[in-house]
Structures are given as structure tokens and as C-alpha cells.
Write a protein that binds this ligand. Structure first.
Ligand SMILES: *Cc1c(COP(=O)(O)O)cnc(C)c1O
Length: 366
């Protein structure tokens, strides 16, 4: 990705937790997290006792950009906000330079949840393609190598950063909070022999940490997969382009972000189910009957019982509108073109069958 440091760990969730720990977020702090994300982004703040302030998202892209983060920050102006966690939903990102500017103006740290965006690049005004994970615009970026992600380690994660101190802390926290670095030993009487040489058995734990290491077997798989990343990303892009073309008369895909070249993690379409006269659950069941698995990414996290109980009901309308229309179609580097054709045919049938039955007569196309 072009970052100076990369710290491997046991999952994307562990990576988010480590990032929150490395920033020393704690019970008096708030983090702004987009509500349209996987649970783990928000949970990372809770692991360290910090509170979550949910940002709304753009109804068409599902992304929280400057406008949404700014609105969320204004809503919690009386609280101690320390960090924002932009989420690169579906593989797209909101303008990272603008978010960095906002964060700098407000004195906030930036942790990118890039679990969807391994291989995504952002084109700058001067025409450079900056990889997500280079951390040019953030303190840290977090990736996942769960089997559903771009590359797999069984389970696995990574944090990238350009900050040597964060790198050092992440490595220590990953392994029980312990260090074997003589330069950082605090208890010289225990650490060193009379002649000043470090005792060979000695290690020190200046703070409590975890066992968030990835194991050798996971890493062997990850290294092998890493070599295939470019091919996987290219294949996902080609499959997404084929979906775009074939679906054009039927449904629209998630709105594209200018200047972002996404490595699509998932392929999401926006369907006006009410307009089509068909329930989303029925469309999904019909597709499943045709052997095609679909999903909805995501129920906005602020609607989860835990967060509702903690923060009460919140009106985040952009997320509500995005969620109401979203449907994730199959996308995997192992698919071939005919798989896409089959999915599109099945989706057409799932939407049309209902219309043919007379209960609805229109499929929303715009
Ligand atoms: C997958 C994912 C995570 C968590 O990663 P794990 O490796 O499954 O722990 C976090 N955030 C997002 C957006 C994800 O998609």
C-alpha cells in the first residue's frame, strides 16, 4: 500500500481494537463512526470504553464524507471527540484529503476502516493514484483477511501506518503488552547484569496487551494470497463492469464516487422495492431458490439493540434510505462471466415474476 509500517494481526476486528488502543481512546472519549458499516467498527470504540457517535451516510453511496462527519461532530460539540473512523463501504471511499483536512481542523485522529477496500486507489487533484492504506490522509488504516474479503488468511487483519510510535505500540499491544527491547526497559536492576548486558531471559510488560497475533499457518496462506491480489482485484472490477452493463436496463448499482477507483469488495444495487411492488425478502428468497445467495450490507449499526439501548433512537435518514434499497449480489474473483449472466437473469425473473402476477407492474430503473 506504500505505508511505512504494516502490523499483521488475527482479524480485522482485532486490528480495529488495536488501533483504538494505540490511540489511547478511553471512557471519556467519543469516536465518530458511520452507521452504515459492519458491527466491528463501532464495537472497537466500545472495547476501550469510548462512546460511539454515529454519522449518517450519503443515501446514494452509503459513505460518510465530510458533510456527514461534520454534521455528526456538530451534534456532539459538547463532547470529547478524539477520532473519526471513515468506512470505505463496498470498496469506495469518500474524499480522504477533505476528511484529513476536517480532522486536522478539529484536532482529531483518523482511522480508516478499509476492510472493504484492499486495492482501492484515490486520484488526487494532481493526478496521483494514492492507494487506500498508504495512510497519506490518516493515522492508520485497517484491513481484514476474513474469507469473504479480497484476500484470505482464514482469519486475519492488518493495520498500516506511517507513524513509528503507533507501529511500536501496535506491535506491543498485539503480544500481551510485552517488549524485549532493552532500550525500552524500565527496571534496570532486573533487566541488566552488573556489566550492563541485558539478561537473556528478560522481557517487560509496561502496559496490558492481548494475544492478537496471526499464526504461522494463517500467514503462510496470507503471503500466498497477497501475490494474487492484483489478479483478484482486476477480476472483481471486470465482473462489476459486466454487472453494470447487464443490469443497466433493470436496476442501478450503488452511485460511483468520482476520483475513486474501487477494488469492489461487494457489488450492491439499489432497488425501489415499493415501486417494483415486491418485498426484498421475497426477491432474496427467489434468488436463493435459484441457487444464488444475496445479502444486505448493512442494517445501520445504530439500529442494533445494544446501541439503541445505549444511545436511544436516532434519525439518520441517509443511512435509512440507503439500507431500504440495498441488495448485495454475488461477487468473487472465482466467478466467471456466465455466473454474472445467471445472477442478472435470476434477478430479472425475481423482480418480474411478481409484476407478471399482477401485484406490481413496474421495476424502478433510476
Ligand atoms: C470484515 C469487516 C470487519 C471485521 O473484520 P474481521 O476480520 O471479520 O474481524 C470490520 N469492518 C468492516 C467494514 C468489515 O467488512
Amino acid at each position: 500500500m506504500g505505508a511505512r509500517h504494516a502490523v499483521c494481526c488475527s482479524s480485522g476486528t482485532a486490528a480495529l481494537h488495536l488501533a483504538a488502543l494505540a490511540l489511547e481512546l478511553g471512557p471519556d472519549d467519543h469516536c465518530v463512526v458511520p452507521t452504515l458499516t459492519f458491527l466491528a467498527t463501532a464495537n472497537a470504540a466500545r472495547y476501550v470504553g469510548a462512546e460511539v457517535a454515529f454519522a449518517d451516510v450519503d443515501a446514494d453511496t452509503g459513505l460518510a464524507g465530510v458533510a456527514q462527519f461534520e454534521a455528526a461532530l456538530d451534534r456532539c460539540a459538547d463532547r470529547n471527540v478524539k477520532a473519526i473512523f471513515p468506512v470505505h463501504l463496498n470498496g469506495q471511499c469518500a474524499d480522504p484529503a477533505a476528511l484529513a483536512e476536517l480532522a486536522a481542523a478539529r484536532g482529531l485522529r483518523v482511522v480508516e476502516d478499509a476492510c472493504h477496500a484492499l486495492g482501492t486507489t484515490w486520484r488526487t487533484a494532481s493526478g496521483d493514484d494514492v492507494p487506500v492504506g498508504s495512510c497519506r490522509y490518516s493515522d492508520m488504516a485497517v484491513f481484514s483477511f476474513h474469507p469473504v474479503k479480497a484476500i484470505a488468511m482464514g482469519e486475519g487483519g492488518m493495520i498500516t501506518t506511517n507513524d513509528a510510535r503507533l507501529d511500536h505500540r501496535l506491535r506491543r499491544l498485539r503480544s500481551h503488552g510485552m517488549t524485549r527491547d532493552p532500550d525500552s526497559f524500565q527496571q534496570h536492576d532486573l533487566a541488566f547484569a552488573a556489566d550492563g548486558t541485558p539478561n537473556p531471559w528478560y522481557y517487560e510488560m509496561p502496559e496490558v496487551g492481548f494475544n492478537y497475533r496471526a499464526n504461522d499457518i494463517q500467514c503462510a496462506l496470507g503471503l500466498s494470497q497477497l501475490g494474487k491480489l492484483d489478479r483478484f482485484v482486476a477480476r472483481r472490477r471486470a465482473l462489476a463492469a459486466r454487472y453494470d452493463e447487464l443490469l443497466a436496463p433493470l436496476v442501478r448499482p450503488v452511485t460511483r464516487v468520482p476520483d475513486c477507483r474501487p477494488a469492489w469488495h461487494i457489488y450492491v444495487v439499489a432497488i425501489d422495492y415499493a415501486g417494483a411492488g415486491v418485498a426484498r425478502g421475497d426477491v432474496m428468497r427467489r434468488l436463493r431458490d435459484a441457487g444464488i445467495g444475496t445479502q444486505v450490507h448493512y442494517l445501520p449499526v445504530h439500529l442494533q439493540p445494544y446501541y439503541r439501548g445505549r444511545y436511544g433512537d436516532q434519525a439518520l435518514d441517509g443511512a435509512g434510505r440507503y439500507y431500504a434499497r440495498a441488495l448485495t449480489l454475488p461477487l468473487h474473483a472465482g466467478m466467471d462471466d456466465s455466473d454474472v449472466d445467471r445472477v442478472v437473469d435470476a434477478l430479472r425473473a425475481a423482480l418480474r415474476r411478481h409484476a407478471d402476477s399482477g401485484a406490481g407492474d413496474r421495476v424502478e430503473t433510476a
